[in-house]
Design a protein around this ligand. Structure first.
Ligand SMILES: CC(=O)[C@@H](O)[C@H](O)COP(=O)(O)O
Ligand SMILES: NCC(=O)COP(=O)(O)O
Length: 252
């Protein structure tokens, strides 16, 4: 398999639902967005059912499972409620993310180290049900090692700080963060974990992340949905795919 084919794009459709929920209408429908993303070449769909249902709601997950033919990556908090929903649907993948009701977006990674025993027990039935379990964490080596011990198959490293530093023009700090993400990816792969990355990625920031050889999946949403307002969802996804493939082809 070529390096370009090895890097999957998961399209997060949460913020189609943000726009829908702003008016309480039935449109724009996130499931229609998922089908358009699938037709545009997305390798998977990511949807985050938050405890407060601020964007994706329970029926969206139900309809996504019935509608799409590419994998669904179900993002959720490590709660009994969400575990029951995941076990009912048995999506291709479950990504466990930290949630705080007061946060505007996912601020940090999961603190696996301080919750390792509980997360180990939480992951087991999901893995037994055939879900590929991922933990959304920072690049801290101790968190990566704890994720491997807890039985996760995948870690998704949080790229939000890298993207924020880029946006603020703090390029030396951004490059340091990129180096830390590269180190985290190498450590995770050495521990047998599949390596994903996501949060805040855009056309401007994706290529250095796509160039990290251990990364096999990028989950990107907010920027793609935002860009789709101006250029359409299909062209936005195809442009992101083009940048990712160009980067990987240059590595081959
Ligand atoms: C975990 C992650 O980085 C994204 O899925 C993010 O959670 C999108 O949803 P929010 O913007 O509601 O955080
Ligand atoms: N896990 C990251 C994700 O699904 C998309 O994050 P964002 O691109 O919406 O910030």
């Amino acid at each position: 398999m070529s390096a370009a084919q090895a890097l999957r794009l998961g399209v997060n459709i949460d913020h189609i639902a943000t726009l829908r929920n702003a008016r309480g209408s039935a449109y724009p429908d996130p499931v229609r967005g998922a089908l358009l993303a699938q037709a545009a070449g997305a390798d998977g769909i990511t949807a985050h059912l938050r405890e407060d249902r601020r964007h994706i709601i329970d029926s969206d997950i139900e309809r996504l499972m019935a509608a799409i033919s590419i994998p669904l990556n179900f993002e959720m908090a490590a709660t009994d409620e969400m575990q029951a929903i995941a076990l009912r649907h048995k999506p291709h993948a479950v990504c466990i993310v930290p949630e705080k009701r007061e946060e505007r977006t996912t601020e940090g990674g999961l603190d696996v180290l301080s919750d390792e025993a509980r997360l180990t027990d939480f992951i087991a039935p999901l893995a037994a049900a055939g879900c590929r379990v991922s933990l959304f964490i920072g690049h801290d080596a101790r968190q990566i090692e704890a994720a491997a011990r807890a039985g996760a198959a995948v870690v998704e490293l949080h790229t939000g700080h890298y993207c924020d530093l880029h946006a603020e023009g703090r390029m030396a700090e951004r490059d340091n963060e990129l180096r830390d993400l590269m180190g985290g990816a190498a450590l995770a792969a050495s521990l047998g974990l599949e390596v994903h990355m996501g949060h805040g990625l855009s056309f401007e920031t994706v290529e250095p992340i796509a160039a990290i050889p251990e990364v096999v999946e990028l989950n990107i949403g907010h920027f793609l949905i935002s860009e789709s307002v101006f250029m359409g969802l299909d062209p936005a996804i195809r442009e992101m795919r083009r940048l990712m493939d160009l980067t990987r082809q240059a590595m081959a």
